[in-house]
Write a protein of this length. Structure first.
Length: 122
């Protein structure tokens, strides 16, 4: 995973925040790699991830993105991801709606970070 300055707003007040942060990041990247073949706009999904972590992104936009990204990484959802051909359709619908709602907050820096992160995994 690529870390970019300014895209790191995981800062909680609890002692287990670093463990939670690592777990969320690991689940996101594991799911992103698995979904890359099924989600045609994976670069936008990763850009949304960086937008959600950006300290300059408004709280409302972060909430929308984090909810959609949370749904994306959760193992239990409306249509299980293991069902070939259909597994990621509900995730795609949720992500598309969230990205459309906050598109104005996604910057070229988020998209560049996404491109670089995805190119490292290939």
């Amino acid at each position: 995973m690529v870390k970019f300055p300014g895209f790191d707003s995981f800062r909680g007040g609890t002692n287990d925040a670093p463990a939670s942060e690592a777990e969320v990041r690991e689940k996101f990247w594991r799911t992103a790699k698995r979904a890359a073949r099924h989600v045609p706009f994976m670069e936008e999904v990763v850009a949304a991830y960086y937008c959600a972590l950006d300290k300059d992104t408004p709280l409302r936009a972060k909430g929308i993105l984090l909810a959609a990204l949370g749904y994306f990484i959760l193992p239990v959802d409306t249509i299980p991801d293991v069902i070939l051909g259909l597994g990621f359709t509900d995730d795609i619908a949720v992500l598309t709606a969230a990205i459309a709602a906050v598109r104005t907050h996604m910057t070229p820096a988020h998209r560049l970070a996404a491109r670089e992160a995805l190119s490292q995994d290939q």
